[in-house]
Design a protein around this ligand. Sequence first.
Ligand SMILES: [Zn+2]
Length: 191
Amino acid sequence: MAVLKVLEWPAKVLETKSEPVEKVDDEIKSFVADMHETMDAAGGIGLAANQVGRAVRVLTIMIPWSESRYADQEPEKKEPWHDKRWTFINPVIKKKNGKIRWQEGCLSFPEIYEFVDRASEIEVEALDENGQTFTVEANGLFSVCLQHEIDHIDGIVFINRMSRLKSSMVKKKVSKRQRLGSVEESVNDQS
Ligand SMILES: [Zn+2]
């Protein structure tokens, strides 16, 4: 197992539509294990394969349930999808219902948190890490996270789901931070 490098936007692979997995073989299984390890190490609740540079339709999710997650709010209800390690290979959204607005973050956009509108409930069919077909109904954060990750493998990043104004603000913030980052790097290079 290995922790892979998580790519930041504007890496081109993040805006590339990913190819389906043809066969869930040992190589894909070990890649899935690496993705879970990478997601945990990065402190994310979801990860798409193209975020680690590989344009295949694979995503991982693990949403811990913790009463203390929002200290100033009512404890969230524990759902069956909490604390469960999910792998979705070739996922397809079969049904969509309702609306939900959630403040989303993304490992490929460090320190950016913005509200995005999504369907509140979805039904998804996919293969698991053993190549078995399963169907799951998702609500709440699980539904939000699944739609965010399925967008990733379709080459859609969450700024594409924001208003034009919000998305241009985020782009400015990101390029400013990346400029500062490269200045720091060159300073370090000189020492
Ligand atoms: Zn993301």
